[in-house]
Design a protein around this ligand. Sequence first.
Ligand code: SF4
Length: 459
Amino acid sequence: MSAERTWLVGGLSSLHDPLLAAALKAGGTRAEALHPRTDAGLRRARALGNHGQCNPAHYTVGAVLEHARCSGVEPSVFAGRHGWLTAGSCGPCRLAAFGFEYARVLAGAGLDQLPVARVEPLALLEGRVPSARPAAANALLLAVAAGDALTALGHTLRPYAVDPRDVDALLASSVRELAEALQRRASLVPALRRVRAAAREVACDPARVLPRVLLVGEPWTTLSDGDPSYDLARRLGALGVEVETPLACDWLHYRIWEEQRDARAGPGGPEVEARVRALRRAERRLRALWRYVADAVGLGPARRPDPEQLATLAGAHYDPDVRGGSAHLEVGRALQADRDRTAHLVLSLKPFGCLPSSDVSDGILSVLLRGRPRLRFLALETCGDADTTAESRVEMAIHAAALAATDELDAVRRARSLSPSDAERELAIRSPWPTGPAGPRTFACTAAEALWRAGSTGP
Ligand code: SF4
């Protein structure tokens, strides 16, 4: 990777991108986080590209156009001074040809000389980053896991924070601190422990009775924050909703699982066995990395979803060998949430026109969850201009979920003969931090479940 160019790193989230840039800088590469992906960037890119293309590609390349525009220099000069490092696409589907679309849009904007390095997830796990040393792949992987830990921390704290802006401020300062440690190639543990200590200082109200939402959907949309996802996870948290979202490490885990499954289905032989062993090593490494950051930041023992279990759960409704987007993962996660009672609402978020995810939400989940009345379902398509519609539909669904959470708390109170003030007193001394009780639960509402577990009799 040329040391003269500044590499723009972006495409995951505002928490991940600066950490990824810092990881590259640690290896001596000039790097900076890409401009955030915005609706304005989407419109610019779409105007230059294929109008039928799904929007993750346009949001991402649109951020490059915005970065170039804000630099104030001519496109050709910008392209001569910069490169762009970005993730691959969301797998094999008719629209996943992101590379062609990037090239078309960049050419239309006069940026055709801008080098683009696309890192496929598995290449990262195997230490292969285009034109960079293997150490850069390790540092990038650590940055992904650290970004995930901050993402999960934000989702845990925000709904209980007296002022959700305190959580945003905590995350912003944490990104700076972790980026600085990554750049110095220092251990992240001290910085993550300081983040954990600072998180404990955020004023929280642990007695809140909150609905829980499981966010599923197309990978790029659910992993991102800001405009591409309507900033939905953060907005829901600020509205007082516990949100569980997929993380980038989950996506990497799924990609390993896919490769393992394909390798095992093949004819076998020494090469295949070596491949399976390498994938198993990558899987162990990824699990260890997640535990390393999750423990240090205080996220508790909650495990990430296991792709094999999700495939087993989803298998009767979606063939795990059909690939593209989140494939069977949406179905598996939704059924797991129903089985383990960990959500009141499943919200499927996808870009407008996303074939794999729309098939799942319109054709499978909406039918499957109709027979499970305690788990509501809402599908939303992001198109860059439907903010108000999305918000009002989400607020209606959240209202129903909040009523369900209150009903659950009332059921536990009755079972334990607690008055509302008794329950509130008991909940007020509970710590919402690091995380609520893990599944399987009796009640999806964390307050109801905590009160239930604290009591000795059932409803
Ligand atoms: S999975 Fe959806 S968003 Fe991703 S490339 Fe395919 S159509 Fe586009």
